[in-house]
Design a protein around this ligand. Structure first.
Ligand SMILES: [Zn+2]
Length: 133
């Protein structure tokens, strides 16, 4: 499942507006979201006042069920909170797998890559390097 919502965004010009931001993308069920990530269009907003376009970085979950990757992308600048973020992501993963039957849980834990990246560019770089191989 992919999720998102309207959020209050502030432009460099000082204008506030609501924009739809993705908070998670299941690229197996929504492959078009993977395309927007690769094109740098995900969470790109346009200010209705001055017309400038910019990225809004929010904690974002990239889930690829066929590639078995569960990647949290945190905004750049949050690197100093790495330990806390890893702990939180670990907790979310445990909560997710904790509701599953033990054998399924075991195979998920064996097969899935659970990662934390900083900045959407890091995710794009990772996806590009994988697809070119
Ligand atoms: Zn503006």
């Amino acid at each position: 499942m992919s999720t998102g919502g309207d959020m209050d965004v502030t432009c460099g010009c000082g204008h506030h507006f609501d924009a739809w931001l993705w908070q998670s993308a299941n690229v197996t069920t929504n492959p078009e979201l993977k395309t927007s990530i690769l094109n740098g269009e995900i969470n790109m907003v346009k200010c209705p006042s001055c017309g400038s376009k910019f990225h809004v970085e929010v904690p974002f979950l990239y889930h690829d069920m066929s590639g078995k990757e569960w990647i949290w992308v945190y905004p750049l600048g949050h690197e100093k909170e790495t330990a806390a973020i890893h702990a939180k992501v670990g907790e979310m993963w445990d909560r997710l797998t904790g509701s599953m039957p033990p054998d399924l849980r075991e195979s998920l834990e064996r097969e899935y890559k659970v990662l934390v990246l900083f900045g959407m560019d890091a995710l794009v770089g990772r996806l590009r390097s994988k697809s070119s191989k």
